[in-house]
Design a protein around this ligand. Structure first.
Ligand code: GTB
Length: 216
C-alpha cells in the first residue's frame, strides 16, 4: 500500500502549489514512489482524528504502515533517506544536502513567510507601508547571500538534492513579491526546479485537486 499524505481539500492558493504538501508530492515524484492523498477541510484539521496525526492541526501529514509523521521537512527527509534519488551517497555530501534542507526551512523560509503573511493579511493596517520595506529587506539579504553561494552553478551543492527541492519550494512563495526579479540567477534557479518532470507531475496533481474542488 502506498503512503498517504494529507492536503487541503480546498487550497487557499487556488492551485498555485504554494501549500506545503507540494514539496512532499515533489519528493515522491523525484524518487518514483506512488502515494495516496487524503484531502481535509480546515474544520477536519482541528478534529481529534487529524490532531492525533498532527499536533498543530495542519497539513501535510504522512502515514505509511505504523509510521505517522508531520512537518514537511521531516517527511521529505524520510522519503529521501529511504529511497534513492534525493540524497548523495557520499556521507559528507549527504550531510551537506541535509544542511541545505535545514537552511531552507529555518533560515530562508521564516522571513519569506513573514513577508507573504503581511502581504496577504496586513495590507489594510495603518503600519503596513512602514513595515513592508523592512520585511522585504530581510528577504533581500537572504536572496543576496543565496545568490553569492550559487554563483553560476545549477544547484546548491553539486547535483540536485532534497536541499534544492526544499529551497525551490520555499523561494516559490516569492512569486508575487517582485523580489525574485531583483536576482535573475535565483529566478533561474527556481525555474530550473520547476522545469523538472517530477515537479511538473506534482504540480499537476495538486492543481487537479483545485480544479475538481472549484467544479463541485
Ligand atoms: N512547519 C509546517 C510544515 O512544514 O509542515 C507548517 C505546516 C503548515 O503551515 N501548513 C499549513 C496549514 O495546514 C498549510 S501550508 N495551515 C492551516 C492551519 O494552520 O490551520 C501553508 C500555506 C497555506 C496557504 C498558502 N497560500 O494560500 O498561498 C501558502 C502556504
Amino acid at each position: 500500500m502506498p503512503a498517504t499524505i494529507t492536503a487541503f481539500e480546498s487550497s487557499p492558493d487556488r492551485g498555485r502549489g504554494q501549500a506545503r504538501d507540494m514539496r512532499v508530492r515533489w519528493a515522491f515524484e523525484e524518487v518514483g514512489l506512488a502515494y495516496d492523498v487524503r484531502l481535509v477541510s480546515f474544520a477536519a484539521m482541528k478534529q481529534p482524528a487529524h490532531l492525533a496525526l498532527h499536533p498543530f492541526g495542519q497539513i501535510p501529514t504522512y502515514e505509511d504502515g505504523d509510521l505517522a509523521l508531520f512537518e514537511s521537512g521531516a517527511i521529505v527527509l524520510h522519503i529521501a533517506e529511504s529511497h534513492d534519488g534525493l540524497l548523495p551517497k557520499d556521507a559528507n555530501a549527504r550531510s551537506r544536502a541535509i544542511a541545505w534542507m535545514f537552511a531552507a526551512l529555518s533560515t530562508v523560509e521564516p522571513p519569506i513567510v513573514e513577508l507573504s503573511m503581511a502581504m496577504l493579511f496586513e495590507r489594510d493596517k495603518g503600519w503596513y507601508a512602514e513595515r513592508l520595506p523592512m520585511l522585504q529587506d530581510r528577504v533581500r539579504v537572504r536572496l543576496g547571500e543565496l545568490s553569492r553561494h550559487i554563483g553560476g552553478a545549477n544547484w546548491l551543492d553539486g547535483a540536485f538534492s532534497a536541499g534544492d527541492l526544499m529551497m525551490v519550494t520555499v523561494l516559490r512563495r516569492l512569486a508575487t513579491s517582485g523580489l525574485l526579479d531583483e536576482h535573475p540567477d535565483i529566478a533561474a534557479y527556481v525555474a530550473r526546479g520547476e522545469a523538472r518532470p517530477a515537479f511538473r507531475r506534482a504540480f499537476e496533481a495538486q492543481l487537479a485537486v483545485f480544479v475538481a474542488s472549484s467544479q463541485s
